[in-house]
Design a protein around this ligand. Structure first.
Ligand code: NAD
Length: 496
């Protein structure tokens, strides 16, 4: 069904875009006929509509993916790699159109949308290689006439529930691994960002990936809980991969528990960023400027709590304020914009409440602190809070907004204790020139990923994932990511 909306941007290839779900080789609406609007966070205007699928639409998608799996599992891994490579090439060629779509779905500036695509393409490239590197093992014989070995096989149909903040990267990180392993998949994108997933499905079809291997079921906020639950519980779905908040991740785990489904959870952050007196200040500031303000603070690995040692605290705060004041807030597609809006109006309410809470408990607002109401869209001022303390909301929950919260500390032990005082454990960052300290921090900080003198630490070739309530399982990286979509069988053979 064609959308009734006029796209607010030009596409080089308009046949890339569909506004219906992708099940097998068909573009389909919801059984109920219901649709929902896709909004541009930079204008609050609808620019597309997609099917509001419900739990009733899940069986057809799961059965289609299962039928495709029966064929796809037998495909030679080299052929899978060839399809993935072709998909990679077509996605590279569609970069300009995809960047426009990402910007109009998420609000992020176009330059960041291109950055997301570069990062995303790394996953397709990486998993193209991994498709041919799935190995079993042979053990040393336990008895002279016994041989023990393992083989790895694709687990079956996977279901992916993905967030809106990196809508292409999060889809390709999951789908790339699943397809390399020999699984088929049903993706449920976020209600805010369905169109980019549908473009990826079109590109996958053009690449020759067989129908039913990669399916996309779109839905709105209202139908999301029931549809997600139905997907997790469907008997043909053998594996679930979820990226999103810890609250929903725990719900997903309960849905999967009944069927003992294999589950990967990439959940919330609340990441500490620690700057010691002996750090290279410019380096720390450069890294923080990108890490903190990228996508207006809406990244799971963003710096949520910034701990600065007392000797450099005031200087660091002043420099951060000076640099932050130069940020140009605007529509992501406008020339010169360096920060876009939040993706959802819910984000504005949460950010306002967190700033108010910090202010009430004694924090100083060095910059910003409120929504930008002078224009349509969901804009929040780049905000710096100083004098943060452990009792404030931001100390305990992700802000997911452009809020840099500064805490003063005195000693390394204190910094570690403060950094670890959270139920989350996704990423941590530390800046120091002392290599002994760096090593101690690597061992003592409770996080799945530690950035040392860098804020840039996610790459296709390294395992990505958290510990504690930031989830379990790894995406990307050698062997581990594809392994999430495989089962291991042990064979025992007696020979004469
Ligand atoms: P979210 O938990 O609200 O949604 C994630 C996905 O779950 C979406 O597809 C959403 O539609 C779906 N969902 C929402 N409510 C549901 C329900 N009741 N039952 C089943 N599914 C439901 O998260 P979000 O707001 O889209 O994304 C932001 C969160 O994601 C942040 O907490 C962020 O840290 C986290 N995140 C983590 C990573 C990571 O790799 N660890 C990456 C990106 C984002």
């Amino acid at each position: 069904m064609a959308t009734q909306y006029q796209l607010p941007f030009q596409l080089a290839d308009s046949s890339l875009v569909h506004f219906d779900s992708c099940v097998g080789d068909k573009w389909v609406g919801a059984k109920s006929g219901q649709r929902f609007e896709v909004l541009d966070p930079g204008t609050d205007k609808a620019w597309a509509s997609c099917p509001a699928n419900s739990a009733d639409d899940v069986p057809a998608a799961a059965e289609t993916a299962h039928a495709a799996f029966e064929q796809y599992r037998k495909v030679n891994p080299r052929q899978r790699a060839k399809w993935l490579l072709k998909w990679y090439e077509l996605t590279v060629a569609a970069r300009d159109d995809l960047a426009q779509i990402i910007t109009h779905e998420t609000g992020k500036p176009l330059a960041e949308a291109y950055g997301e695509l570069e990062y995303s393409l790394g996953f397709l490239w990486w998993f193209t290689g991994e498709a041919e590197r799935i190995h079993g093992s042979v053990s040393v014989p336990a008895a002279p006439n016994r041989r023990l070995f393992t083989i790895k096989q694709p687990i079956g149909v996977a279901a992916a529930l993905v967030p809106w903040n990196f809508p292409v990267a999060m889809v390709l990180r999951k789908v790339g691994a699943a397809l390399a392993a020999g699984c088929t998949i049903v993706v449920k994108p976020s209600p805010e960002t369905p169109v980019s997933s549908l473009v990826l499905a079109e590109l996958a079809q053009r690449a020759g990936i067989p129908a039913g291997v990669f399916n996309v079921l779109t839905t709105d906020l209202e139908n999301t809980p029931a549809l997600s639950e139905a997907l997790c519980k469907h008997p043909l779905v053998k594996k679930v991969t979820f990226t999103g908040s810890t609250r929903v991740g725990k719900l997903v785990a309960t849905h999967c528990a009944q069927g003992l489904k294999k589950l990967t959870l990439e959940l919330g952050g609340n990441c500490p960023f620690i700057v010691f007196d002996d750090a290279n200040l410019d380096q720390a500031l450069d890294q923080l400027m990108t890490l903190k303000w990228r996508h207006a603070g809406q990244a799971c690995i963003t710096a949520n709590r910034i701990y600065v040692q007392a000797g450099i605290y005031d200087r660091f705060a002043a420099l951060l304020k000076e640099r932050t004041a130069a940020i140009v807030v605007g529509h992501g597609a406008s020339a010169g914009t360096t920060m876009g809006p939040l993706t959802t109006p819910r984000g504005i309410d949460k950010a306002s409440a967190q700033v108010e809470d910090a202010r009430r408990r004694g924090a100083d607002v060095l910059l910003g602190g409120k929504p930008l109401t002078s224009r349509p869209g969901y804009f929040f001022e780049p905000t710096i809070l100083s004098g943060m303390t452990a009792d404030m909301q931001i100390s305990h929950e992700e802000s997911f907004a452009p809020i840099a919260a500064l805490y003063r500390f005195e000693t390394e032990d204190e910094a570690v204790q403060l950094a670890n005082a959270t139920s989350m454990g996704l990423a941590s960052y530390a800046f120091t020139k002392n290599i002994d300290r760096m090593w101690r921090l690597l061992e003592n900080l409770e996080a799945g990923m530690i950035g040392m003198n860098t804020g840039n630490q996610s790459a296709a070739e390294a395992p990505f994932g958290g510990i504690k309530e930031s989830g379990y399982g790894k995406e990307s990286g050698k062997e581990v990511a594809v392994n999430e979509y495989l089962v291991t069988k042990t064979g025992t053979l007696t020979i004469e």
